[in-house]
Design a protein around this ligand. Structure first.
Ligand SMILES: [Zn+2]
Length: 314
């Protein structure tokens, strides 16, 4: 049987994503400032171990370890020439982590790490070429889709979405990082983008799923609010990956305070708001995913209990 595309499967029943990769790589021994994506070739068993723990905890969708695997990002580590190989390896590792389970592998493309002209040193053509190389390698290696994530500017997001579309990705996800404003009244990206404008932009650029991830102060409750704002302007499915609470600096280390139980408590409201894929970003662990999976099962059972149509219980 042909596997359903992610954007269709997630409408039948909300799916569970994965948790943080960066903080898990640090726990596995990656030093701050080193290239975590290089591990796809130098320490594949470590990356595989992290992703296997997410699958065991209940993830139905994995993001590949390729957040910083664009040529521009890799050049900072002297590894620009490895871009295609690192992205292909990222897909293969994620696929192996699922074993014979039918999980979804989303090829991950993060920001290129600078500013576009006239504010920064890179022009649109350079960034577009870097994203195109990455997207092509991810699709060729068999990713079920591509997520352009932690984006703050529509211009850069658009370059990523275009690259994913031109590479022939079967599912394209655009994901923005919102920050709560100082007065706590609302949230927007660092570049001032609001969820409604982002949703309209993404829908116009061929996105299949509207997402948000990371950001400052974007807990489960704020993620729910962002999802509702997407929903108000677009019928596309929504994916939310908030951080495990607020980052705090303790002894020069960034720590995240939200426990798995606290995050899981916020999940029913998120799903009630129509979120189709829920995962977690910075600071989250396999334990967070385990708690979210349990909460998802409970929510689904309550939803599809007695009186629900049979197919909803499948
Ligand atoms: Zn994050």
């Amino acid at each position: 049987m042909m596997k359903k595309r992610l954007q269709e499967a997630c409408f039948e029943r909300p799916l569970l994503g994965d948790g943080a990769m960066g903080t898990q790589l640090m726990l596995a021994g990656l030093e701050q400032g080193n290239c975590g994506e290089a591990w796809n070739l130098t320490h594949p068993e470590k990356v595989l171990g992290i992703q296997r723990r997410y699958v065991e905890a209940g993830s139905e969708l994995l993001l590949t370890n390729s957040f910083g695997a664009s040529r521009i990002m890799l050049q900072r580590h002297g590894r620009g020439g490895d871009a295609a190989a690192l992205n292909r390896a990222a897909v293969e590792i994620a696929r192996r982590a699922f074993g014979d389970q039918p999980g979804y592998v989303l090829g991950d493309i993060g920001p290129f790490g600078g500013l576009l002209e006239p504010y920064g040193d890179f022009n649109a053509a350079q960034v577009r070429a870097a994203f195109a190389e990455q997207a092509q390698a991810l699709v060729e290696a068999g990713a079920d889709g591509i997520i352009i994530e932690t984006q703050t500017s529509l211009e850069e997001l658009g370059l990523g979405l275009d690259a994913a579309r031109e590479a022939g990705a079967a599912c394209i996800v655009g994901s923005l990082a919102y920050d709560v404003t100082l007065d706590g009244a609302t949230f927007r990206t660092m570049m001032g983008v609001e969820p409604e404008a982002a949703a309209e932009f993404m829908a116009g650029h061929g996105a299949d799923i509207l997402a948000l991830n990371c950001g400052t102060g974007m807990d489960m409750e704020r993620a729910r609010a962002a999802a509702e704002r997407y929903r108000r302007v677009s019928p596309l499915p929504v994916m939310a990956q908030p951080n495990a609470g607020q980052p705090r600096l303790v002894n020069m280390k960034v720590v995240y305070d939200e426990t798995p139980e606290q995050m899981a408590r916020g999940l029913p409201a998120l799903l009630d708001a129509g979120v189709n894929i829920a995962g977690a970003c910075c600071g989250s662990t396999p334990e967070h995913i385990r708690a979210l999976r349990a909460a998802r099962e409970a929510w689904w059972q309550a939803k599809s209990g007695p009186g629900a149509p049979a197919e909803a219980r499948a």
